[in-house]
Design a protein around this ligand. Structure first.
Ligand SMILES: Cc1cc2nc3c(=O)[nH]c(=O)nc-3n(C[C@H](O)[C@H](O)[C@H](O)COP(=O)(O)OP(=O)(O)OC[C@H]3O[C@@H](n4cnc5c(N)ncnc54)[C@H](O)[C@@H]3O)c2cc1C
Length: 429
């Protein structure tokens, strides 16, 4: 590989970047992947749907996932107002579980799989600037090392997998915050939390290897919500609240940490699960305005994948599987384009339409029920999923008050063959 002229430059070593890089290296391209930090690096997003296995199998890391003992989750339990409901992945024709993963080591596993496929990885290197290629030639990306030294690389294609940082979107002012999801998310990691297992049974943390946990979600004030995700050593707990509500509420507390702990303590069942647990390092992390779309996600010499392209409220844990999907799809479109440059525009268009469709569907699922206009765009995209996936989407949405858009899309076009799963009230705590 030429040090300054790789076929492909991937910016970002999260799931979307690693999977795109892996696929392109397997197709025979010279791939350079950079990340501004060194892995393992911490990031949020620990609850993975069972469909993640198709990507793990593809990258050859499923045995390592088993060997490392990542927590397998059986489904989800949701406490939404007066109603508590449970879904089990087994009821939706999934023969494998979901996962609760520490993202530092999980993401490193994927990055190492990319390395194993021949991807050259440089960490501690940040992408700073991009000049689009003229006439199908090479673009230019300016890189900055940790010591501030700058250099340029000239890839045939740039894959922007920079996550929420949104390298290209911010550079070109393409990011549009979602006005319906102006949220703040706060989260921390607890030692010694109890957890919710199948059937709503509350268990001691030590039982996690023998009794798979559920992801536990509760409704908060407004249309906020919380997550409780037990992992191998610690439990990830997060609260998500609208920005205005957060501003008012945090002003009534001594600190953000104080507000976070008070919210956990005020939330029924979450309070009980956390009684006796301690917040690791007393540390609370925060992110705001994490839901957005990007005006352009593919153009001459570039593709934007994963969170760098779009993100929506993570209530249904779609982030990592969508990121993985976009990485594979971009690799497919890039390969077709490099083999047949006259098809470049068509491939970019195909990629952008597929990505936007999935994003719109995720958005329609997460929106509150009075946002009927969202269904028009989302409707078509249901058809891209298997019947069991549709069932799962509809049932998951039905556990919250966010289901009306999904129901409307399904009923009006009759594109779905949904069978309502029996969501049963549970004996809890
Ligand atoms: C509050 C919250 C909770 C979530 N919960 C879940 C969940 O439970 N389940 C789920 O599936 N998803 C969840 N997600 C979403 C999930 O974390 C993301 O969808 C996923 O990490 C996206 O992967 P990615 O590869 O696109 O980006 P990332 O994993 O963010 O990776 C991007 C990488 O790019 C690097 N980078 C950034 N800028 C540059 C630059 N200029 N140059 C070089 N490198 C750069 C970063 O260092 C980083 O390593 C959640 C998200 C949020 C905000």
């Amino acid at each position: 590989m030429s040090a300054t002229e790789p076929d492909i430059l991937v910016v970002g070593g999260g799931p979307s970047g690693s999977i795109a890089a892996f696929d392109l290296a397997q197709k025979g391209y010279d791939v350079l992947l950079i990340d501004r930090v060194r892995h393992p690096r911490q990031t949020v997003g620990e609850s993975l749907l069972p469909s993640i296995w198709r990507y793990l199998d593809h990258m050859g890391v499923s045995d390592a996932i088993e060997r490392d003992g990542y927590v397998k989750k059986a489904g989800g339990v949701v406490c939404w107002g007066e109603t508590i409901s449970e879904i089990s992945f087994r009821d939706f024709a999934y023969d494998r579980p979901g996962l609760h993963v520490e993202r530092d080591t999980f993401d490193l596993l994927l990055l190492n799989a990319a390395r194993g496929a021949g991807v050259k990885v440089r960490e501690g290197v940040r992408a700073e600037r991009f000049v689009e290629p003229a006439d199908g030639g090479r673009g230019e990306v300016v890189l900055v090392e940790e010591d501030g030294v700058r250099s340029s690389v000239f890839p045939r294609v740039l894959v922007d997998a920079s996550g929420q940082a949104g390298f290209l979107a911010r550079l070109r002012d393409w990011r549009r915050l979602d006005p319906d999801f102006r949220f703040v998310s706060l989260w921390g990691y607890f030692a010694g939390s109890r957890y919710v297992g199948a059937g709503g049974v509350v268990r001691a943390f030590e039982e996690i290897a023998s009794h798979p946990p559920m992801t536990f979600v509760s409704k908060l004030e407004g249309w906020g919500w919380s997550w409780h995700i037990p992992m191998r050593r610690l439990t990830s707990v997060g609260v998500n609240v609208p920005v205005e509500l957060y501003r008012e509420a945090v002003a009534r507390h001594r600190s953000v940490e104080d507000y976070f702990l008070a919210t956990c303590a005020d939330t029924c069942y979450l309070r009980d699960l956390l009684s006796g647990a301690t917040l690791a390092n007393g540390e609370v992390r925060a992110i705001r305005d994490y839901s957005y779309a990007t005006e352009r996600i593919a153009g001459p010499g570039f593709f934007i994948v994963g969170d760098a392209a779009a993100f929506v409220d993570p209530i249904f844990s779609l982030g990592v599987v969508l990121a993985a999907y976009s990485g594979r799809l971009a690799a497919w479109a890039i390969d077709r384009t490099l083999r047949s440059p006259s098809q470049a525009e068509r491939n970019r268009d195909l990629y952008a339409r597929q990505m936007r469709g999935r994003y719109q569907l995720a958005r329609a699922m997460a929106l509150p029920s009075d946002k009927a206009e969202a269904t028009a765009d989302a409707r078509t995209w249901f058809d891209f999923f298997s019947d069991s996936e549709k069932d799962l989407m509809w049932s998951a949405a039905s556990m919250t008050t966010r289901s009306a858009n999904v129901v409307r899309a399904a009923d009006s076009e009759a594109v779905m063959t949904l069978k309502r799963q029996d969501l049963h009230a549970l004996h809890f705590l």
